[in-house]
Design a protein around this ligand. Structure first.
Ligand SMILES: NC(=O)c1ccc[n+]([C@@H]2O[C@H](COP(=O)([O-])OP(=O)(O)OC[C@H]3O[C@@H](n4cnc5c(N)ncnc54)[C@H](O)[C@@H]3O)[C@@H](O)[C@H]2O)c1
Length: 323
């Protein structure tokens, strides 16, 4: 990134967004954030509120006027705002369509009209692959056949963003994220287990059959990769998988959370799940991404999945304000 770049972060008060803002401001980059605080909080960014390089706009991507005001003359966009709850997308597909697809379309339209954007970074998801036959899954795997509405909305966003990049001439970097974990996270298995164990330390309900096995990446590894990919991207559209190089299953995560919370004799109650042990409709049971493309740029995750889960649990156990 150049010293005179001005960065726009949608969803900058959320989990990944606020860590990204921390890193950008450490590099002395000017940052504008747009967030409607639907899941993000002011608490996550309170350390920057008096910083002259930081501007916060409380607003919604569904309102183009607010997007325009927040985007100003920024030349780099990190588009993170979305409804990230895969589990809820089967219950309320309309909200996911609005918050993910329509919101992204609005942002692209404002970027097209403003004309100041040079690079557009998007946080997509491993769920665009659905249940691929190839594990670890490379970026050029096909056909992309999501099994959740959430995954479908992310794939639709990828299509819109790449078409805008080619038509209106900006650079695009798409990250297909595995499970990202760490402090300030307000969703996912670790968050869910801590909340349940705080209300009942004797029993823990685990959604599914407990064998769901996925890649978990610690937040600092994620932010490092996102900034490096932006710096090194050459092509008009670059797609990078972003995850750890190994996996951990849900039951093992539950065990780690119990240990880190200092609990004993907790009874695990597996729900058995749906469609052959999935935690919910659309839950992908086996996920591991091939991250060699990002590694060829010089990135390497510092923590493996199990270490990341331990560290994220320690982080979240310290946080009292879990939603
Ligand atoms: N956390 C993960 O494991 C993971 C995995 C794959 C992809 N992603 C993607 O990464 C991005 C960030 O995820 P996160 O985990 O930090 O979630 P998050 O919920 O903490 O962050 C999303 C932020 O966007 C804001 N927001 C939502 N809708 C908005 C709207 N219409 N207008 C303005 N602001 C809005 C929320 O208030 C929140 O601050 C999302 O796009 C998500 O789909 C996350």
């Amino acid at each position: 990134m150049r010293g005179d770049n001005k960065v726009f972060v949608t969803g900058g008060a959320g989990f990944i967004g606020s860590h990204l803002v921390d890193a950008l401001l450490t590099q002395k980059t000017d940052v504008n954030v747009l967030d409607n605080f639907s899941s993000g909080t002011k608490q996550n960014i309170k350390q920057h509120l008096s910083d002259n390089s930081f501007k916060l706009v409380k607003g919604d991507l569904l309102n183009k006027k607010e997007v325009s005001e927040a985007l100003e003359d920024c030349d780099i966009v990190f588009h993170l705002a979305a409804n990230p709850e895969v589990r809820l997308s089967s219950i309320d597909p309309e909200t996911h369509f609005q918050q993910n697809v329509v919101a992204t379309f609005n942002l692209l339209e404002v970027a097209r009209i403003t004309g100041s954007v040079e690079a557009f970074v998007f946080t997509s998801s491993s769920t665009v692959y659905g249940e691929p036959a190839q594990i670890p899954t490379p970026e050029d795997y096909a056909p992309l056949e999501p099994i959740s509405v959430y995954g479908a909305t992310k794939l639709a966003c990828e299509a819109l963003i790449t078409a805008y990049a080619h038509t209106y001439g900006f650079k695009v970097i798409i990250y297909r994220l595995a499970n990202i974990i760490g402090s300030r996270s307000q969703h996912g298995a670790i968050h869910d287990f801590i909340k349940k164990l705080r209300s009942n330390p004797e029993q823990l309900e685990i959604l599914g059959d407990g064998t769901q096995t996925k890649s978990y990446l610690y937040i600092t590894d994620c932010i490092e990769a996102m900034l490096l990919g932006l710096e090194k991207a050459i092509k008009r559209v670059e797609i990078f998988n972003l995850g750890s190089e190994d996996q951990i299953n849900v039951k093992a995560i539950a065990q780690i959370v119990v240990e880190e919370m200092g609990l004993k004799n907790v009874k695990f109650k597996l729900t058995g799940g749906v469609d052959g042990g999935r935690g919910w409709k659309g839950d992908v049971k086996n996920m591991l991404l091939d991250v060699s493309r990002l590694k060829s740029l010089g990135w390497k995750p510092k923590l493996k999945s199990e270490e990341a889960v331990k560290q994220a649990t320690k982080d979240l156990v310290k946080e009292q304000n879990l939603k």
